[in-house]
Unconditional design. Structure first.
Length: 213
């Protein structure tokens, strides 16, 4: 039997990347689109760790399966670390990726310092609230215009010098090797045998009770 792990997201790009990274393990990756609607988690944490844990633990409690959530964001040197935990809604609560990209380009229009880093925290939680945490970070430079058709979010602006491409110009395999999420997932992958044992020990076990009649 494969262990079901629910990703606390409906993001198809993120789901595709994680499934590819963990395809060799006896797990079945689902996301929130595979279930009926559940209440939305308000990501009001002050750190990536806060938000990742909040999403994972809430999803696990509601659905009864182990849940994995990541909170990732772009931290721009010239903007004192912004947009950070607000990366997904930098241009507003209902902002599209294009909206966020354009706002960032506008904010950096006259800025020479283009250094930035993607950060990622992954939380794996069970319904009782216990959780494991993994982290990854990737340094890069922001371009002055989007380049590439792959990826999502700020990928078209994030230039990775090691491969001389933006994240949106990388294949999934290339991105998985160097990205913040890829690095955090490598930690998960390297410890997956231990994680599966931990899940087995920490998932609630239900006792069958004979019918009293």
């Amino acid at each position: 039997m494969k262990q079901i792990i629910v990703l606390a997201t409906t993001n198809k790009g993120k789901t595709r990347e994680i499934r590819e990274m963990l395809k060799d393990f006896p797990i079945e990756i689902k996301n929130l689109s595979d279930f009926g609607p559940i209440p939305e988690v308000i990501e009001d944490g002050l750190t990536f760790d806060d938000n990742a844990y909040k999403k994972a633990s809430f999803t696990a409690k509601v659905l009864g399966y182990p849940a994995m959530a990541d909170d990732s964001g772009l931290c721009v040197h010239a903007l004192d670390g912004a947009p950070g935990v607000y990366s997904a809604r930098y241009a507003g609560e209902n902002a599209t990726d294009a909206d966020n990209v354009q706002k960032l380009l506008d904010a950096l229009k006259n800025e020479k310092n283009r250094k930035a880093a993607f950060q990622c925290v992954i939380s794996i939680a069970v319904p009782t609230g216990a959780a494991l945490t993994y982290e990854g970070r990737c340094e890069g430079i922001l371009t002055r215009e989007p380049a590439g058709e792959n990826g999502f979010g700020y990928d078209p602006l994030f230039f990775f010098p090691g491969l001389n491409k933006t994240f949106a110009q990388l294949s999934i395999a290339e991105k998985s090797e160097v990205s913040h999420r890829g690095r955090a997932l490598k930690e998960v992958s390297n410890e997956m045998d231990k994680i599966l044992e931990w899940l087995d020990m920490n998932m609630p076990r239900f006792t069958r009770v004979p019918c009293q009649g």
